[in-house]
Design a protein. Structure first.
Length: 148
């Protein structure tokens, strides 16, 4: 990955259809821990990851993240955590979404758009909304367990 990635390139990566790699069912984290799910672009040319994590101490706290090219965060939703302070000093409450911004990486956060995230207090719904937001069109198969 180049040190410089244009906003247009990142926007194209986020807009790409992403597919699960296999049919294996994955366990979602109930208390603490996380899971990293490999994904592929529809044409198989780009590799992505979906990261899902839950706090061990605060069950309302979690993170859903979509990465490209191993380390580049395209989008991340933080739920149940502290507010985030953007590089310009603006404080954004939680839940919030981090989106890659050229020159800043994922250091900018925004309020979750209510037209895209229907119930941020429901982790399962937020995960599904996040996968749609990231264009994960063939999402992974999950054993939901106690994940809520």
């Amino acid at each position: 990955m180049s040190a410089f990635v244009s906003q247009a390139e990142v926007d194209a990566l986020l807009a790409m259809d992403k597919h699960r790699i296999d049919e294996e069912r994955l366990d979602l984290p109930d208390v603490g821990g996380g899971v990293i799910v490999p994904l592929l672009s529809a044409d198989g040319a780009e590799h992505f990851h979906l990261d899902i994590s839950r706090s061990r101490m605060n069950l309302a706290k979690g993170k859903f993240q979509n990465r490209a090219r191993t380390t580049m965060v395209l989008a991340r939703v933080d739920i149940g955590g502290a507010p985030h302070r953007n590089p310009d000093g603006e404080e954004i409450g939680c839940p919030h979404i981090h989106l890659y911004r050229e020159g800043y990486g994922d250091r900018w956060a925004f309020a979750v758009p209510p037209d895209k995230f229907t119930d941020p207090s429901d982790h399962w719904q937020t995960l599904n909304d996040f996968m749609r937001f990231c264009n994960i069109t063939r999402p992974p198969l999950f054993n939901r367990g106690l994940f809520s």
